[in-house]
Design a protein. Structure first.
Length: 426
């Protein structure tokens, strides 16, 4: 008999959502689940990255939370957060981000939730179901069938922080590993002696103070814009946002047409996984930012607080960046250059070899329509791009994945019901 019904590998947005969706189905309880992740608590990387980038409002709508019920976050805001105040993009552009977040629960349009509201809602759900008690702190090293016969069950070899092994057996496994362990760094980064860090992988000792520093932010997307604004609002002496391209505004970071049948149906009809992956990657919008961040940057540039440079850096030495047009001295450099575009981390490549599981060029696993890679081994997040579509890495991608996995387990998908008391029904 297996130790647990489900082992969920990864405790980010997708992993926690998977756990909550299984519990919400009524077919599983917390004791049926193990959430395997090396970090000290659930959603650790999410909260760290949000703080490091200076994020104050999410890019996605309030419907896309970690609760299976689309109405849950708004219900929580009304009944427990005790505010549903909204702020517009134009209002946001003229006040500090922290003030905007303190003033409003949502940013219009689409009722985009504040980070503090989103995190409070997530913590309330985690606490309600005691999910931290299902958290096994460790790293998945190997995965193999528990017996010579075909899986399930599965045996997971997990190493803790000291490298001590532990074996866990599970009837089903969900890989929700994400790609957040591989931020993009330029090839010259190790030649720079000035203090620097990547905003999506901040130093373990904490984010260096930017007060009274001359800060350079490298990147042209949403995280870069947020990090530049946050540095200035923390008290930086000067901030230079250095983007390789003119700033581009997009409401979302992928084409939302793929959430509904208009684009999703034709996407799913492509027979080759590599064809679907190519289409999905073309339908994502990396290096773009939301309207309120672009407007806030424009306002601060006019006030001489932030300098906006369109520049490609080709080399660095010591405390100098070498650009196509001129050279730039550096005091503190923040990389906001995103994550490597990939299929879900090293574990996917390891398992492809160990299990002889099918994989497409580019490292994307070839999944069934219900996201099975091997019997009762499901893959979600960025690695499921070829089935879920361009929204796979996003919050909505967790919802779309659950719509496929639960019916494969014989569990009907019906979560849109329940508005007024939606949070209490999770």
């Amino acid at each position: 008999m297996a130790d647990v019904s489900f082992a969920i590998v990864g405790s980010g947005i997708h992993g926690v959502f998977s756990a909550l969706s299984l519990i919400a189905s009524g077919e599983y309880v917390r004791e049926d689940l193990a959430i395997i992740d090396p970090h000290p608590n659930l959603l650790h990387q999410w909260t760290q990255a949000a703080a490091a980038t200076g994020m104050h409002f999410l890019r996605s709508s309030s419907s896309h939370s970690i609760a299976p019920n689309f109405h849950s976050l708004r219900s929580f805001a009304r009944d427990y957060w005790h505010t549903q105040i909204c702020i517009t993009e134009d209002e946001y552009a003229h006040i500090p981000g922290a003030e905007a977040e303190a003033r409003a629960a949502f940013l219009m349009p689409y009722n985009r939730p504040s980070v503090s509201l989103f995190n409070a809602h997530a913590k309330a759900l985690i606490d309600r179901h005691s999910l931290e008690r299902s958290h096994i702190r460790g790293t998945l090293v190997r995965l193999h069938p528990a017996s010579p016969a075909s899986p399930p069950p599965w045996t997971l070899l997990v190493h803790d922080a000291q490298g001590q092994p532990r074996h866990i057996t599970a009837d089903q496994v969900i890989l929700a590993t994400g790609i957040s362990s591989h931020p993009v760094l330029p090839p010259w980064h190790d030649r720079l002696t000035a203090q620097s860090f990547h905003v999506l992988a901040p130093p373990r000792q904490g984010i260096p103070s930017r007060k009274n520093r001359h800060v350079t932010v490298l990147g042209g997307g949403l995280s870069a814009g947020q990090a530049a604004i946050d540095a200035l609002e923390e008290g930086a002496s000067s901030v230079c946002l250095m983007s390789p391209h003119p700033l581009e505004v997009q409401r979302f970071d992928f084409n939302p047409c793929y959430v509904g049948p208009k684009c999703a149906d034709s996407f799913s009809q492509a027979t080759e996984n590599s064809t679907r992956v190519t289409e999905a990657r073309r339908s994502r919008y990396p290096g773009t930012m939301t309207r309120e961040i672009a407007k806030r940057l424009e306002v601060l540039a006019e006030e001489k607080g932030i300098t906006l440079e369109t520049e490609s850096i080709h080399n660095a030495e010591g405390s100098t960046l070498y650009g196509a047009r001129k050279n730039y001295p550096v005091d503190l450099l923040l990389y906001a250059t995103g994550y490597q575009s990939g299929s879900g981390g090293d574990i996917i490549n390891t398992l492809a070899v160990d299990l002889q599981a099918p994989i497409s060029p580019g490292g994307y696993p070839q999944l069934s329509p219900n996201l099975e890679w091997q019997p009762r081994l499901f893959v979600i997040g960025a690695a499921a791009l070829g089935r879920v579509g361009p929204g796979a890495p996003n919050l909505i991608g967790a919802h779309l994945a659950a719509r496929r996995i639960l019916p494969a387990l014989g569990i009907p998908f019906a979560w849109r019901t329940g508005g007024r008391r939606a949070f209490d029904e999770n």
